[in-house]
Ligand binder design. Structure first.
Ligand code: NAD
Length: 291
């Protein structure tokens, strides 16, 4: 049993904390939204009124926060209130620069820290089947792995601090670009009189095959579980995709990498979100591309 402080009990953090409790760990939760703490308490978490209170006495701290600004702010409080050697795991999706900055802060204080962003969404958080992409030292990774295994199914060490975030944004840039390409192909097929099912039957077995096609098809019918079959109810929202594409663009600019399709995808998801579709599933962008 490990004493764990869990900060950020939202859509992802709430179920992740529950899975740590189910695995027999003692979890103390903090979130500025009282309802989030109450829900966690019903699942067996101890309640804390501040970050300092939550992390006091904790052997490990997990953060699942909205963005880099909140992570930087929370880490200032965490490192001030935890003894040397505490294991720190940040599973938020944030910019690589913030991830590396907080890992340096943690290392300077003698903590083991990993950035461990996830893929798998709320469904994966609930079912404990998330994929964790982990950046940090080999020692920090080995310490974090047993806890991550209680919340996920696939745990990959991506290398140095910040590499987990790098893997996450590169993966999601591929996903955003591939989804738009897949949507454009289905929209073109419609105009050419080629039925969606026929395009699917051919492309899903040909070189146009991708996860966006075979697991998350953006038109209703071919993949019964895809959000297209439920009027694009998420799933993974367009707002989340836009966030990740913007992080990829920030990183590309900082690193001097050319990502013209990533830039176009960010622009198109920006237009889609501004058209009032931020809460729709990201595959719903086919509706905008059709029009
Ligand atoms: P969310 O907004 O539901 O939850 C974030 C929680 O953090 C909120 O409850 C908020 O009150 C809390 N919070 C803010 N500042 C805090 C602080 N200083 N201390 C403690 N708690 C604080 O967001 P989410 O959907 O749970 O996403 C969390 C992270 O996971 C994000 O970085 C997101 O990009 C990433 N992510 C989300 C999904 C998804 O499908 N929702 C998938 C993969 C990754």
């Amino acid at each position: 049993m490990t004493k764990i402080a869990f900060l950020g009990l939202g859509n992802m953090g709430g179920p992740m904390a529950r899975n740590l409790i189910k695995a027999g760990h003692q979890v103390t939760g903090y979130d500025p939204v009282p309802a989030a703490i109450e829900t966690a308490a019903k699942a067996g978490a101890r309640k804390a009124g501040s970050i300092a209170e939550a992390v006091s006495g904790a052997e490990a701290v997990v953060t699942m926060l909205p963005a880099g600004a909140q992570v930087r702010e929370a880490y200032a409080a965490i490192v001030a209130a935890t003894p040397k050697g505490t294991l720190l795991i940040d599973s938020s999706t944030i910019d690589v620069a913030s991830a590396r900055a907080v890992e340096k802060l943690a290392a300077d204080k003698g903590h083991d820290m990993v950035d461990a962003p996830v893929s798998g969404g709320v469904g994966g958080a609930e079912a404990a089947t998330l994929t964790f992409m982990v950046g940090g030292s080999a020692r920090a990774f080995e310490r974090a792995k047993p806890l991550l295994e209680k919340m996920g199914k696939t745990i990959v060490h991506a290398g140095a601090p910040g590499n987990g975030q790098a893997a996450k944004i590169c993966n999601n840039m591929i996903l955003g670009v591939a989804m738009i390409g897949t949507c454009e192909a289905f929209a073109l097929a419609e105009k050419l009189g080629l039925p969606a099912q026929t395009l699917f039957d051919i492309s899903s077995k040909s070189s146009g095959q991708s996860w966006s096609m075979t697991s998350y098809c953006p038109v209703p019918g071919p993949v019964p579980t895809s959000p297209a079959n439920r009027d694009y109810k998420p799933g993974f929202t367009a707002a989340m995709m836009l966030k990740d594409l913007k992080l990829a663009q920030e990183a590309a600019q900082a690193a001097g990498a050319a990502t013209p399709l990533g830039a176009s995808a960010a622009q198109l998801y920006g237009l889609f979100c501004n058209a009032g579709q931020a809460g729709a599933d990201f595959s719903g962008i086919i509706r905008m591309l059709r029009s």
